[in-house]
Design a protein around this ligand. Sequence first.
Ligand code: HEM
Length: 140
Amino acid sequence: MNDSTKNIIKSTAPILKAHAEAITTQMYKILFAKYPETQTLFKDASPEQSKKLAAAVYAYAANIDKLENLTKGIEKMASVHVKSNILPKHYPMVGDALLQAIKSVLGDGATDEIMSAWEEAYGFLADVLIAKEKELYLKG
Ligand code: HEM
């Protein structure tokens, strides 16, 4: 991720914080409508889940240039994901839904530049989680 991408992500962090729950609510709506096969993965999910994901997205945006601050959170997310049988193939589905949700909440503010920065940032975080989860799956 280059500095320009990171700066765009950081500049959108406060907007995401303000709309975090709207974004995640919207994201789940899109995810389950477009990829109904993901619904069973959330069957044991706590009602707090959408708040946690919202908080994670904001924390990620705010810490994009100091990702070491997120190490603990990433470990926790990966271990919860492994317990829920999340696989690499699910990441593009969530990514698609999340980006669409961000776009709809930002409205006219969702410029191509902002959207491609988010696409890249999501891909980066997804790769980190996928790698961590692979380690955990291999450990068994
Ligand atoms: C970069 C992408 C993702 C982020 C930032 C993220 C974030 C989170 C966070 C913060 C939690 C809560 C962890 C805790 O309880 O402390 C969580 C749990 C969970 N995530 Fe993700 N996640 C991502 C991708 C995915 C994908 C691709 C799926 C599958 C479609 C998924 C499904 C779940 C499920 C089922 C839980 C457990 C819910 C529960 O039992 O309450 N996540 N995720």
